[in-house]
Design a binder for this molecule. Structure first.
Ligand SMILES: [Zn+2]
Length: 415
């Protein structure tokens, strides 16, 4: 089915999309007889945000007027947001995958769901149209906005969870983690839903542990984005994320463009099989992940991602060009009870800024926890080099990027 859908997409792209007419012929994927040669698929140049910006017109399908298209933008978690077009066919497929993934968590279409959602939509909180509100009510959804959660708001959200008793909570990974830590700190009782589904942002093992402990339930991690929709989701065996093969073709590549082995981290490259108005073929989404070395005992048979480890730019680079997994910093800072939130920024190879929001704004961590912070510095220098300069900055709040995805680590070193 995937091969058939991929073949149809490539034929459509060659016939109707000026950009792809050129690249598919040049790469030999469409031969002189206009036949698709899938074995040459990996010769298609990768599509990235820069190409999408400069070739925006050339990427649109000539038959777009027949496709009920709409414009969308990706959140600019790294630099400028990018514009693209999606169509109704894509939208419906995406809704269908959501329903399938929900069922994996045991939620059927009408079971109560709370969405703890934190994007720029927060600005619309309480101002949604009557149609939107009615839709949510009919679908048994309660939306809580999480871009900037104060203690008062978090208390209110816990009360709403306890009252509404959702079957499932669908949440931004960082938001539900922040809420879980708050509940634990305040020792509040909280209703335990059957499942918590996390999306948008990386769910690190440490975050999963806290969320599952506080809510006394299992996390189902999902992976997707505005540009490509829902790509993969965990099943109830929790062995990794199953790729939605009916709708997406996923590759994981090394820097030289060859495919990675299972267990080996590489860059995710995604082809969306059902967005004909502006095809995404071999789209370099900017995330890093790996294939699982195992098969899943649920026997769904769908390809299994071991993990999505975060953004390419979450990875730090040392002077020798060695990639350092940003999650190292999570290990150093997550277990500090005085830290409410943090963000680690690599400004230059040997210049690292750590932003800290303390739990108690009146107890300056530079006075009260100097030793622990010195220890963090020392450990970072062990990894990044002894001459690496580490500075701490006290913050009142650190906001997520406009996409709502919160980033623990950001590397600004060019690669
Ligand atoms: Zn499975």
């Amino acid at each position: 089915m995937q091969r058939e859908n991929l073949t149809s997409l490539l034929k459509h792209a060659c016939r109707n999309v000026p950009y792809y007419r050129t690249v598919l012929k040049e790469s030999g994927v469409i031969d002189r007889q206009e036949q698709v040669q899938l074995e040459h698929f990996s010769r298609i140049p990768l599509l990235d945000k820069n190409v999408m910006r400069t070739q925006f017109e050339q990427l649109q399908s000539a038959d777009i007027h027949t496709r009920m298209w709409y414009e969308n933008t990706s959140g600019g978690s790294t630099g400028e947001p990018v514009r693209f077009l999606q169509d109704k066919e894509y939208f419906f497929w995406n809704e269908a995958i959501k329903i399938v993934n929900d069922e994996w968590t045991d939620r059927s279409l009408v079971d109560r769901q709370i969405r703890l959602w934190g994007s720029a939509r927060d600005l619309f909180a309480g101002k949604e149209s009557a149609k939107t509100q009615l839709g949510r009510w009919l679908r048994n959804e309660l939306w809580l906005y999480s871009l900037r959660m104060t203690a008062e708001q978090m208390t209110n959200y816990v009360n709403q969870i306890n009252q509404y008793k959702p079957m499932q909570i669908l949440a931004y990974a960082e938001s539900i983690y922040e809420l879980a830590r708050f509940i634990e700190r305040e020792k509040m009782p909280v209703y335990s839903p059957t499942a918590i589904m996390t999306s948008a942002g990386t769910l690190y093992p440490r975050m999963r542990e806290v969320i599952e402990r506080v809510f006394q339930t299992r996390c189902f991690n999902c992976y997707g984005s505005r540009e490509v929709g829902d790509v993969a989701c965990e099943c109830n065996q929790h062995k990794g994320l199953h790729v939605s093969s009916a709708t997406h073709y996923v590759e994981i590549l090394r820097p030289d463009g060859t495919a990675t082995e299972p267990g080996e981290l590489g860059e995710l490259v995604i082809t969306v099989l059902f967005n004909y108005s502006m095809p995404f073929i071999r789209y370099r989404i900017g995330d890093v992940g790996s294939w699982s070395e195992h098969t899943c005992s649920c026997r769904r048979g769908l390809p299994l991602l071991k993990e999505v480890a975060g953004r390419v730019t979450d990875m730090f680079l040392d002077k020798q060009g060695v990639q350092i997994d940003g999650s190292m910093f999570n290990l150093l800072l997550d277990d500090k009870p005085f830290v409410k939130k943090y963000q680690v920024i690599q400004e230059e190879y040997e210049k690292i800024r750590i932003l800290i929001v303390p739990v108690d704004q009146n107890r300056n961590p530079f006075t009260y926890h100097k030793e622990e912070l010195d220890d963090v510095t020392k450990k970072i220098q062990m990894v990044m080099g002894e001459t690496c300069q580490v500075t701490f900055e006290l913050m009142e709040e650190i906001l997520p990027a406009s996409s709502g995805k919160y980033r623990y680590t950001i590397s600004k070193v060019s690669r």
